[in-house]
Design a protein around this ligand. Structure first.
Ligand code: HEM
Ligand code: HEM
Length: 187
């Protein structure tokens, strides 16, 4: 059930890949819909974000219970520190992104729904079509900024994380990546 040096549990592997792939898709949708003003994508982005938040919370609880997996092989102390910093940045950003997203939308008056299932109603402005009456405009603005910054932080962290995974696999030739793909290793 738990993680060992030789094999990561299927819970760790499944949670890692479900969250990792969804986050990569979410960043792509988020940047695309804002850059090209594709308003039809907003409800899809928000719905997926709220659903994956449930999995993210389970993943954090699983990490708290299990601790971090032991390194698959020996490596330099600066590499160890960098990988820890990046893992923390990834975990924290995956929590901050959906929370700031939900705060930005709800406090901005846009409401919250998951694929049409309304959790919080929007507050449209009767005098200005298409505009909302914010519940708390300044806080919604702060949440918006937080969402943008966290999006940039997670993007850089993913690039570093990917570079590390590829270095382990192709240069160190250790089992770090294979282990995250569910395989048993014996370094
Ligand atoms: C779960 C992970 C999530 C990720 C990785 C993510 C990522 C992003 C990114 C990268 C952007 C583009 C930021 C920019 O450059 O302006 C964005 C925009 C946005 N996100 Fe998310 N997001 C997530 C969840 C959510 C949730 C749960 C909501 C709301 C319920 C949400 C609401 C929005 C909105 C409204 C925008 C557009 C903001 C604008 O028009 O400037 N996001 N998101
Ligand atoms: C781009 C593709 C990705 C690859 C190839 C990859 C690969 C890996 C590998 C090989 C490990 C094991 C490291 C070790 O044993 O010390 C790992 C751990 C981890 N990865 Fe990724 N990863 C990817 C994307 C992501 C993304 C997008 C996130 C964040 C949302 C993420 C978050 C984490 C975290 C937090 C860990 C620490 C162990 C855990 O909590 O399960 N990864 N990843």
């Amino acid at each position: 059930m738990g993680d060992t040096k030789e094999k990561l549990s299927c819970v760790t592997v499944a949670l890692h890949w479900v969250v990792a792939l969804t986050i990569i898709v979410m960043i792509t949708i988020g940047v695309y819909m804002t850059d090209y003003e594709v308003h039809e994508l907003y409800p899809i982005h928000k719905s997926i974000g709220m659903l994956i938040f449930v999995v993210i919370v389970l993943r954090v609880l699983w990490r708290v219970k299990q601790g971090w997996p032991e390194a698959a092989s020996q490596y330099k102390s600066w590499e160890h520190t960098l990988s820890k910093v990046v893992h923390w940045a990834l975990i924290i950003a995956t929590v901050v992104l959906p929370i700031s997203g939900m705060l930005m939308s709800s406090l901005g008056g846009y409401g919250l729904s998951i694929f049409g299932w309304e959790l919080l109603a929007a507050t449209p402005n009767p005098e200005e079509a298409g505009k909302m009456i914010p519940i708390n405009g300044p806080l919604a603005g702060t949440a918006h900024e937080t969402h943008e910054i966290a999006g940039k932080v997670i993007f850089v962290a993913i690039l570093l994380h990917l570079a590390g995974a590829l270095k382990h696999h192709f240069m160190d030739k250790d089992g770090t990546l294979k282990r995250m793909l569910g395989r048993r290793i014996n370094n």
